[in-house]
Design a protein around this ligand. Structure first.
Ligand SMILES: *Cc1c(COP(=O)(O)O)cnc(C)c1O
Length: 234
């Protein structure tokens, strides 16, 4: 397939303008929303084109792909987050490749992370993924269990919780999408009230290509965009 060299730069400019407009319209401060490039299945050459536009935050779903990309993106400056489900047997690998795990959703995973981080004398950032859509196929802690989990994570001093992440219901029903984002925001505020002494829960990672605008209206601080920037995936 042949790609127009400028295509990615154009898309980034468009998306950046959309983010800015949505942020302003929501009465929020300019710069309140960060852009994450979701680079799953995207070849390194195209990721580099995006990084050369001044972007620096990328997200991958799979640890293996994160590892492969790191080798191919050598010499580039970027920050990578894991945004997909993390199996406990991949903990060792992920620590070297991701600055933040956005998909922390269970204590067993936190246990493994903490053990490995102690062994390597490192720390990592994490977001607690909440299954706001309540779709059985999606990962994330159930909304009514989220605050208890965050409370328990207090004891894991190598894991720095920065906030919450969610994937809204896949639907055309805007109210349902909005409900998911509002639920995450409410949980964030409660977490801040209850556990603000040990953590800082400012980050709300929500909004993808399809529902970015709604997410920004509801308080997102990171939108995760794949298709809006790199086009349709195979
Ligand atoms: C793929 C993916 C995205 C990006 O989705 P697009 O529709 O391509 O913008 C965002 N978040 C997660 C967790 C993903 O898996």
């Amino acid at each position: 397939m042949i790609y127009n060299e400028n295509e990615i730069a154009q898309r980034i400019a468009t998306v950046r303008a959309q983010i800015e407009r949505a942020t302003e319209q929501a009465g929020r401060e300019v710069g309140a929303v960060s852009l994450m490039l979701v680079t799953k299945t995207v070849e390194a050459k195209r990721i580099i084109q995006a990084l050369e536009c001044g972007e620096h935050l990328i997200g991958e779903n799979k640890v293996q792909e994160l590892q492969d990309k790191q080798a191919r993106l050598e010499g580039q400056r970027y920050e990578a987050h894991l945004i997909g489900h993390l199996q406990t047997n991949k903990v060792k690998e992920v620590i070297g490749y991701a600055q933040c795990i956005q998909s922390l959703d269970r204590l067993k995973l936190a246990d493994k992370l903490q053990q490995r981080l102690e062994f390597e004398d490192k720390t990592i950032e994490a977001l607690v993924q909440v299954n706001t859509s309540a779709e059985a196929s999606k990962f994330g802690v159930a909304p009514d269990k989220a605050l208890a989990l965050i409370g328990q994570l207090r004891d894991y001093e190598r894991i720095n919780i920065r906030g919450l992440m969610t994937i809204a219901t896949y639907t055309e029903d805007e109210r349902e999408i909005r409900r998911c984002f509002q639920l995450l925001k409410t949980l964030q505020q409660k977490a801040q009230q209850r556990y603000g002494d040990y953590g800082d829960f400012k980050t709300l990672s929500m909004g993808m290509s399809k529902d970015m605008k709604i997410a920004i209206e509801e308080g997102s601080t990171i939108v995760r965009l794949g298709r809006a920037i790199f086009g349709a995936r195979d």
